[in-house]
Design a protein around this ligand. Structure first.
Ligand SMILES: [Zn+2]
Length: 252
């Protein structure tokens, strides 16, 4: 696709008929036919290649120690998902490259559905993990195979760090449980108890939350959601490097 085209087919299969003037549409990458003279002259690109027309959702910078990458989140019609394209970088000569947020209403709607699906999966995963954590107030059963705590059941009254077992890399937890008819708490490793009265997961509430998260945090956090650790960042808490230029309309 060449700069100057008046009609072209967008990634989502529609015909677009805008006139292209210079840079600032979708993703523009310097093509093979751009000459060294054109590159060195400071003039416009001799062979700009357009992609993801009408499908650029947001932009952001990834700032590394020595270099920066300029990335765009785009709607990929083929895989029906949001993906990231690095369109420019300080690692090489990319001055003819640029990106402009230009997502069409259809693309925005598809990306919203995609983001909601991502959040639903992520929030369900977190709720399922949450349900197994022996937090204060939950009833647990000891899973120990020997010793004085075999088979006991009680209510968690205390949950805290196991200072003896933990080191700088891994944090272990202990629970203090109240066994019916006993005056003092019994202390066990949190790993050796099982929650037996977990609240059922409220899937309707998760759907609602996912809808809200996708709407208020946009596609970036949904794109990030799969990258979090087990109890990774919640909506809106994605790393600062992804905040930089995202959603701005400026062209790099
Ligand atoms: Zn060029």
């Amino acid at each position: 696709m060449r700069l100057g085209s008046r009609v072209w087919v967008t990634r989502d299969g529609r015909m677009a008929t805008r006139t292209l003037r210079g840079f600032g549409m979708a993703i523009v990458m310097c093509g093979d036919d751009c000459t060294t003279e054109q590159k060195n002259s400071g003039h416009r690109c001799g062979d700009p290649q357009l992609s993801y027309v009408g499908a650029v959702l947001a932009k952001y910078e990834e700032n590394h120690y020595d270099d920066s990458d300029f990335c765009a989140l785009v709607w990929d019609a083929e895989s029906e998902s949001v993906t990231s394209i690095t369109y420019a970088s300080t690692r090489g000569w990319t001055y003819h490259n640029g990106a402009t947020v230009d997502a069409s209403p259809g693309v925005l709607a598809a990306a919203q559905v995609w983001a909601e699906d991502r959040w639903t999966a992520e929030l369900t995963r977190r709720a399922e993990i949450e349900a197994t954590i022996p937090a204060k107030g939950k009833t647990v059963r000891s899973m120990t195979k020997r010793g004085k705590n075999v088979g006991i059941t009680g209510r968690v009254m205390w949950y805290g760090v196991d200072k003896y077992k933990s080191d700088r890399f891994v944090t272990y937890y202990r629970v203090g449980i109240k066994v019916e008819g006993e005056d003092t708490l019994r202390y066990l490793s949190a790993d050796s108890v099982q929650v037996i009265d977990a609240e059922p997961i409220d899937y309707a509430a998760i759907t609602e939350q996912a809808h809200h998260a996708a709407r208020s945090n946009g596609v970036r956090s949904a794109y990030m959601s799969g990258w979090g650790s087990v109890m990774g960042p919640l909506p809106g808490e994605y790393p600062a490097i992804f905040r930089a230029t995202a959603d701005s309309n400026a062209t790099n």
